[in-house]
Ligand binder design. Structure first.
Ligand SMILES: Cc1cc2nc3c(=O)[nH]c(=O)nc-3n(C[C@H](O)[C@H](O)[C@H](O)COP(=O)(O)OP(=O)(O)OC[C@H]3O[C@@H](n4cnc5c(N)ncnc54)[C@H](O)[C@@H]3O)c2cc1C
Ligand code: FES
Length: 249
């Protein structure tokens, strides 16, 4: 059941020029699952009018965190908010990642790591993580990730850490034969490439979180629909987690 909450900012830290980690203290502990998201309202002036959706990055009782990239008006306002300021948020929304029963693969592209960190934290030491970032400074929380993953392969364009190239290539070379369920989040180009790679591996389960643009967040406006093998589906209520086989990309 989703709720309207008032969150008090306890941290809003710039990790790079455009990526921030915000942590909010909410009035009570909540239960939310990895892959779900909240809609954050940036201010009381209703400009922008609509809240913005963000995946749960981390949740510990009454402390809820989001990792976000500054894109436009809403996220810019968010990045300027200070400790002790309050913000309204609604959630948790959406379908979560099915819980892994044993080892699993995680593929995260860029800020997509925001959607899978909490999954790996809840199911630790079982994930083979493939994490692709533009460059070294865009690799967030490396030490924490190393602690909660079973194995980690970081890919960057310059090859500064483990692999030189895109994350799907790293996965193709080092992960595809693991034959484990896959949990993925990243830009649409990554999801498309993953679909290509898995075209002949129909037996492999791959769950992806899709980050479409949204308006109401409640299933009413159809502003977030995507094409699936079962017709158009709303990312906000029928997603954001889908089976990759379902998606028409
Ligand atoms: C379920 C879900 C979970 C998300 N989780 C996260 C998260 O954890 N961290 C994070 O940084 N972002 C996340 N996003 C994306 C985030 O919601 C958008 O970046 C944000 O709404 C942009 O708001 P804005 O007002 O700053 O930008 P706007 O002014 O609304 O848009 C600025 C630019 O960003 C583009 N844009 C807006 N929304 C998206 C989107 N969803 N995908 C790609 N481009 C977009 C616009 O086309 C435009 O070019 C998520 C989106 C969804 C639907
Ligand atoms: S955002 Fe309105 S239906 Fe999904």
């Amino acid at each position: 059941m989703n709720k309207i909450l008032q969150g008090k900012i306890i941290k809003n830290q710039a990790l790079t020029e455009r990526v921030y980690l915000i942590s909010l203290k909410i009035p009570f502990s909540i239960d939310a699952k990895p892959g779900q998201f909240f809609i954050l309202r940036m201010n009381e002036r209703h400009d922008p009018l609509l809240g913005r959706p963000f995946s749960i990055y981390d949740l510990e009782g009454d402390k809820l965190s989001f990792l976000y990239r500054v894109k436009g008006k809403g996220t810019k306002i968010l990045s300027k908010l200070h400790i002790d300021e309050e913000i309204q948020l609604t959630g948790p929304f959406g379908r979560w990642y099915p819980f892994p029963k044993d080892d699993y693969v995680v593929i995260a592209g860029g800020i997509g790591i925001a959607s899978v960190y909490y999954l790996m934290k809840k199911f630790p030491k079982k994930a083979y993580l493939f994490y692709g970032a533009r460059d070294k400074k865009e690799i967030f929380f490396y030490d924490e990730l190393k602690n909660i993953a079973k194995d980690i392969c970081i890919s960057t364009e310059c090859g500064a850490v483990d692999y030189k190239g895109v994350v799907t290539e790293a996965f193709r070379e080092k992960g595809i034969n693991l034959n484990l369920p896959i949990y993925a989040c990243g830009p649409m180009v990554m999801i498309k490439e993953l679909k290509n790679l898995l075209r002949d591996k129909k037996e492999m389960h791959c769950f992806v979180a899709v980050e479409e643009r949204m308006a109401c967040g409640l299933g009413a406006c159809l502003g977030c629909v995507i094409e699936t093998t079962d017709g158009l589906k709303r990312v906000c209520t029928e997603g954001p987690v889908f089976n990759l086989n379902e998606l028409k990309l």
